[in-house]
Design a protein around this ligand. Structure first.
Ligand code: PMP
Ligand code: GLN
Length: 381
């Protein structure tokens, strides 16, 4: 194994899902819904298979999906895109991330990244020969430490890698934070890669603001999203990248040699999803918000200090509140003690002290599953 991949031999999500399977535990680790997404989208995929959409799609993606992505960005955010040159379909957001790193980083380039960071960021920055410069979001509120963020930029910085709503903390960057970051990007002439896979899951009336919609940002931002989260079909692995023709063209150059293309019949189906009426999208956020509240109550009743989650599938706790200094130890014990699996957040931090006590739970599950998990977690008392 090359040095670039040392330390990345196994992802925590695969490990913890295997643990849930082996111990027959409730899996509140890996973030995926335990119910299917809308029938309309499912039926569209079945129809596409029956209609013969079963060979390679065009390299940059199925034209109908690319048109629907452009329509979606215009409908929700007022962002105008030419579907032909400014959209690219990828194999999940994951491939959008790896292709962006491979296309846009030179060895030695620095990437400022919010930590805790989604695990593929560290791995793919390293695969591209880049260097990550983490800026730590700290409990209890995980807000952007602006001074530290500005200070992380050096003359080697090439890219700011963002994620809002933020996995694993559930933080949502405010308009002011985004303007602060945009100003730095313009002043230092940096690229921004913005992972917005949870764009339709911000809570309590908070709006999702794509940084590409701010002045001066369209020309320097690669925006990444995915049908996995918005439509609850994480196993379909349909994601996309939008930006200027130059940036999307660069990402496409890398992407074509990673997978060439992804699953053809899923693409028109996700297109149909993206065109669903507004109440589907608001309903998704409302449903996830009520699941957040449900799990938050269950975790609090089990004795946890629970941190606020403003978006995503996730909520986090402090393991010290139930007698563990280290979230890894709690997560190791949880299947045996309670029959529940969660994710220790220290694996997403370089700053081990900040991450050590934190544990992430996923609430994108059926209400009865969340209730059963809450009941089992009472055994911690
Ligand atoms: N980015 C973030 C922040 C995620 O949480 C996830 C996945 N769960 C992804 C990217 C990957 O998305 P996909 O499954 O579409 O590859
Ligand atoms: N994004 C999901 C999570 O954070 C899992 C994705 C994966 O397994 N790579 O749990």
């Amino acid at each position: 194994l090359t040095p670039r991949l040392q330390g990345f031999t196994s992802t925590i999500f695969a490990e913890m899902s295997q643990l849930a399977f082996d111990t027959d535990s409730i899996n509140l680790g890996q973030g995926f819904p335990d119910t299917d997404g809308p029938d309309l989208v499912k039926d569209a995929a079945i129809e596409a298979i029956r209609d013969g959409v079963n060979q390679y799609s065009p390299g940059p993606g199925h034209p109908d999906l690319r048109a629907a992505i452009a329509e979606h960005q215009q409908r929700f955010y007022g962002i105008e895109l030419d579907a032909q040159t400014q959209t690219l379909v990828t194999v999940g957001a994951t491939e959008g991330i790896s292709a962006s790193m491979l296309a846009l980083l030179e060895p030695g380039d620095e990437v400022v990244v919010l930590e805790p960071y989604y695990d593929s960021y560290a791995a793919t920055i390293s695969m591209a020969g880049g260097v990550r410069r983490p800026v730590t979001l700290r409990a209890p509120d995980f807000t952007l430490p602006r001074e530290e963020y500005a200070a992380a930029i050096t003359d080697r910085t090439r890219m700011l890698l963002l994620n809002t709503p933020h996995n694993p903390t559930g933080a949502v960057l405010s308009g002011d934070d985004l303007r602060f970051i945009a100003d730095l990007a313009v002043r230092h002439d940096l690229l921004v890669v913005s992972d917005e896979v949870y764009e339709h899951m911000s809570f309590d009336g908070l709006a999702h603001i794509p940084i590409a919609s701010l002045p001066g940002m369209a020309e320097r931002t690669v925006t990444i999203s995915s049908g996995g989260k918005t439509f609850g079909f994480t196993g379909w692995k349909i994601g996309w990248v939008t930006g200027t023709p130059e940036l999307v063209g660069a990402v496409r150059a890398a992407k074509q040699f990673l997978t060439y293309v992804g699953g053809a019949p899923f693409q028109p189906a996700i297109a149909a999803g993206l065109r669903m009426p507004a109440d589907y999208f608001s309903g998704l956020a409302a449903s996830m918000q009520s699941k957040r509240d449900r799990l938050r109550e269950g975790l609090a009743a089990a004795g946890f200090e629970v941190f606020d989650s403003k978006g995503t599938y996730f909520i986090s706790v402090d393991a010290r509140s139930v007698g563990y200094d280290d979230g890894i130890e709690l997560c190791r014990d949880l299947p045996g003690r309670c029959g529940v699996v969660a994710i220790p957040m220290s694996v997403f931090y370089d700053d081990q002290q900040a991450g050590r006590p934190l544990v992430r739970f996923a609430f994108c599950k059926r209400d009865d599953v969340l209730d059963e998990a809450a009941e089992r977690l009472q055994r911690l008392r």
